[in-house]
Design a binder for this molecule. Structure first.
Ligand SMILES: Nc1nc2c(ncn2[C@@H]2O[C@H](COP(=O)(O)OP(=O)(O)OP(=O)(O)O)[C@@H](O)[C@H]2O)c(=O)[nH]1
Ligand SMILES: [Mg+2]
Length: 363
């Protein structure tokens, strides 16, 4: 029987580059997010029994964007035997947000810290052992572009797919959230695939609409789950979805602090950073905001906008359209009341409103 390995990760993290390297195919790669919207399938070079699935890039497993829906549906419904989570090592903090969600799926996962060539060039050091111990996963350094580490990542994923090793789940959430999740797991354990139990429980805690729709729980059970969720929300004084998001971020921040050492280069700030520093300055931000708003108002109402609006009202509707129409109506001897209705009523009325369109466009 063939083994299915999914490549999942943030947009632009290098999934398709790794896919091409592993399968020897030449799918399109591009240096901008959203290149892969459909999923692509290939076979691992020299291992025709291993199917590699390239998925669209996603930031989370929520069901909000097309990419998320496609990737999530594949990961949950097609049940791959292992996942290679491609993490952009130059942006590790943001990428690990998805990693924490992928691990919750309960599918054996290998984390590929990709773009390691750039990480090294920047002088940063990532402690992959610490990351692996905390997340309970195998971690491999890769450069999909240069082809280093790819085979090791694939070999580890194949080994895990054949013989899953169960490790402790990372401690992302605090006691009260884990307590609620445990209750939810207990309530729905007969309704979902046991492998995905924790993922379903967390999604139910977040009140994920797609999961609620899919499981179609009866009212009594829904109310029972709601009691646990609201108790936790009251205790932590936040809504369930934000509780999960915030605790994920807090966990990742601590993990990155422990496992990643960034080289403090005396690099010059980019132009955008310098602009940011000024426009978000504590004292200057509001006066700058007021000045920008005044300039926008001045340009759109007084100068350019005023001129264009006057021209639209007085010349376009006042002289060109009304003048020409009146002359034409006179030449065809249209009744003066009908000509007045069209020229003064309809054209005049519509013109008075349309005259403001240029100002709105400039605004
Ligand atoms: N330096 C370096 N660049 C890489 C590496 N892996 C990928 N890239 C580059 O990163 C860009 C994005 O790569 P893709 O493979 O298209 O990324 P993706 O994750 O498939 O992107 P989406 O399909 O949009 O989610 C390309 O320009 C690649 O050449 C790497 O290990 N090192
Ligand atoms: Mg891609």
């Amino acid at each position: 029987m063939s083994i299915k390995i999914a490549l999942a990760g943030n947009p632009n993290s290098g999934k398709t580059t790794l896919f091409n390297d592993l399968t020897g195919s030449s799918q399109h790669v591009g240096n901008w997010p959203g290149v892969t919207v459909e999923k692509k399938e290939g076979r691992l070079k020299d291992h025709p029994d291993v199917i590699i699935q390239d998925l669209p890039g996603i930031y989370s497993l929520s069901p909000y964007t097309l990419e998320e829906v496609v990737s999530r549906r594949y990961l949950v419904n097609e049940k791959p035997d292992a996942i290679i989570d491609i993490v952009d090592g130059t942006n590790i903090e943001r990428n690990l947000y998805l990693t924490t969600q992928l691990i919750e799926l309960g599918i054996p996962t290998v984390i590929a810290i990709n773009m390691i060539d750039v990480v090294r060039k920047n002088g940063d050091v990532i402690d992959i052992r610490k990351l692996g111990d905390a997340l309970g996963c195998e971690v491999v350094e890769t450069s999909a572009l240069k082809g280093t580490g790819s085979e090791e990542a694939a070999a580890k994923a194949v080994a895990l797919a054949k013989k899953p090793v169960s490790k402790d789940a990372p401690s992302v959430y605090n006691g009260s959230v884990e307590h609620a999740i445990a209750h939810i797991e207990e309530s729905v354990e007969d309704l979902v695939n046991p492998q995905y139990l924790r993922w379903y429980a967390i999604k139910l805690f977040e009140r994920d609409e797609k999961v609620l729709e899919e499981l179609n729980l009866d009212e009594a059970l829904k109310n029972h789950l709601e009691e646990h969720i609201t108790a936790c929300e009251r205790e932590l004084d936040d809504d369930a979805e934000s509780i999960i998001t915030n605790q994920r971020y807090a966990y990742i921040a601590k993990l990155v602090q422990a496992a990643v050492r960034k080289k403090h280069t005396g690099q010059k700030m980019s132009v955008s950073d310098r602009i940011d520093r000024i426009v978000t300055n504590r004292f200057l931000a509001l006066p700058i905001f007021a000045l920008v708003m005044f300039c926008v108002y001045y340009v759109s109402i007084s100068t350019v906008g005023g001129y264009v609006t006057d021209w639209t009202n007085d010349v376009l509707f006042g002289e060109i359209i009304s003048g020409n129409l009146s002359a034409w109506f006179e030449s065809i001897h249209l009744a003066p009341w009908l000509s007045g209705l069209i020229v003064d009523g309809i054209i005049g009325g519509v013109g008075a409103v349309l005259g403001f369109v240029p100002q709105m466009l400039i605004l």
